[in-house]
Design a protein around this ligand. Structure first.
Ligand code: HEM
Length: 411
């Protein structure tokens, strides 16, 4: 997909980045089926939890025919094929948990997976763009985007909690759809203070709606299931002591390759807001977030890059001396800070607390939790030393606030 040209005089629009005003980065109308030739993939992909449970997934994948990816033509076909192949790969690698790890993905899965990934410009591992953005359907097509009216196309072990985890994340994405970012950029370009303030007010509401949606995680996902069952299936083979050498993709390359696991750190939303508002992440946390951009669809990555090349919004706000604009800018940062604080609480509830219970073998969910992989205790599925990272990112957001609000926040 060619990167859109950035002409500072042209009108900034989301269209050229394959981002919609209504759905943001979410893929619109994902396909539910592939052409019949690809039935062997879909047959397996649709039964991953059951096949993992019966320890048959690897056997079924080993017997799968080697199919050519050349009959996949449309973007949506490629996305569904990648979703199916990614989910199968995670199931294949982690079927036995941390025991009996395989270090080679068989050629009948690895070759088409590599080809499809190359065509989409994504690394050959499950990403947020697959498991969340391209993994939904509405039960009633005319109905709303609600938990009740949504379901996944393909899932991993973890039952209702797995479904809840991916669908709540989808709702967070939808709540934050960055429709107003172009209005901010275009307003700054033509010096329209009121237009920029209006767009920032809408963005701050979207970020607040993201926080509200994130709260549903507590309702739809059980921490013990997330920690003890699901998390390993999102893990990658980079910075993971279980697979220190990475994974050999048979028939693609003889040397192993290392990739980070799926994480919403790969969502383009917060990267866009950070670039727009001038939140800069440095050193290790900055390096990790920059690396996560390689796990996003290229056009989404390009949008983030192009936002970062715009004249500074913060300087514009400071120059204009408008109280309304000042407040709208500050409010966006305050809401972003609140999102990150709530996210840290969520992470604590879904990882830190179960990890402590697992070490002490306590709690009614003790058995589930104690099966959790020990290599992941200190790390997020994206492979970060997560708490230090998340707090640094949060503090960087706070550090971007204009001085008066910082003082109010201290009170
Ligand atoms: C049970 C729910 C969740 C848990 C346990 C969780 C956990 C984590 C962890 C451990 C990290 C550190 C990076 C890594 O190694 O993966 C992270 C980063 C991140 N997560 Fe989540 N997450 C959850 C839900 C979400 C949702 C729904 C979103 C919204 C899209 C989100 C957005 C982010 C972002 C943007 C980062 C990068 C850090 C930042 O920009 O603040 N997370 N998450």
């Amino acid at each position: 997909m060619a990167a859109p040209e950035l002409d500072p005089k042209s009108f900034f629009s989301l269209k050229s980045y394959h981002v919609s005003e209504e759905l943001g980065f979410v893929l619109s109308d994902p396909l539910e089926t592939l052409p019949p030739y690809y039935m062997p993939w879909m047959d397996i992909a649709l039964q991953i939890p059951e096949l993992v449970q019966s320890h048959e997934l690897r056997i079924r994948i080993n017997k799968m025919p080697l199919l050519s990816s050349r009959f996949l033509q449309k973007h949506r076909e490629l996305r569904l094929a990648r979703l199916a192949l990614s989910m199968m790969t995670m199931g294949y690698i982690w079927q036995e948990g941390e025991d009996n790890i395989v270090e080679m993905l068989p050629h009948n899965l690895a070759i088409p997976y590599w080809e499809v990934s190359q065509r989409l410009g994504l690394p050959p591992i499950l990403t947020h763009a697959d498991s969340v953005l391209a993994n939904w359907k509405k039960k009633d097509v005319q109905g709303p985007f609600t938990m009740e009216n949504l379901e996944l196309l393909i899932t991993l072990p973890g039952g209702d909690s797995a479904e809840g985890f991916f669908l709540v994340t989808l709702l967070v994405e939808l709540a934050g759809a960055p429709a107003n970012i172009p209005n901010v950029i275009n307003g700054v370009r033509c010096g329209d203070t009121e237009a920029v303030a209006t767009a920032l007010e809408a963005i701050s509401q979207s970020i607040q709606a993201m926080t509200e949606a994130l709260k549903w995680m507590h309702e739809y996902v059980k921490p013990a299931v997330f920690y003890g069952v699901m998390r390993i299936f999102l893990s990658g083979w980079k910075d993971n002591t279980c697979m220190p050498n990475g994974l050999v993709y048979e028939g693609v390359q003889t040397e192993p390759m290392a990739y980070s696991g799926g994480s919403a750190a790969q969502s383009s939303l917060l990267h866009c807001f950070d670039e727009l508002l001038g939140v800069k992440h440095k050193e290790q946390s900055g390096a990790f977030l920059t690396r996560m951009r390689k796990y996003m669809p290229p056009s989404h990555r390009q949008l983030i890059q192009d936002i970062s090349l715009q004249p500074s919004l913060k300087s514009f706000v400071q120059r204009q001396g408008s109280e309304r604009l000042n407040e709208a800018f500050q409010d966006c940062l305050t809401k972003l800070l609140a999102f990150r604080n709530h996210h840290i609480n969520t992470v604590s509830r879904f990882i830190t607390v179960p990890a402590a219970r697992a070490r002490q073998r306590t709690g009614s969910d003790g058995e589930l939790i104690s099966k959790a992989p020990t290599a992941l205790e200190e790390r997020g599925t994206g492979g970060s030393g997560y708490m230090t990272f998340l707090k640094t990112v949060r503090d960087q957001t706070k550090g971007t606030l204009l001085p008066e609000t910082m003082q109010q926040n201290e009170k």
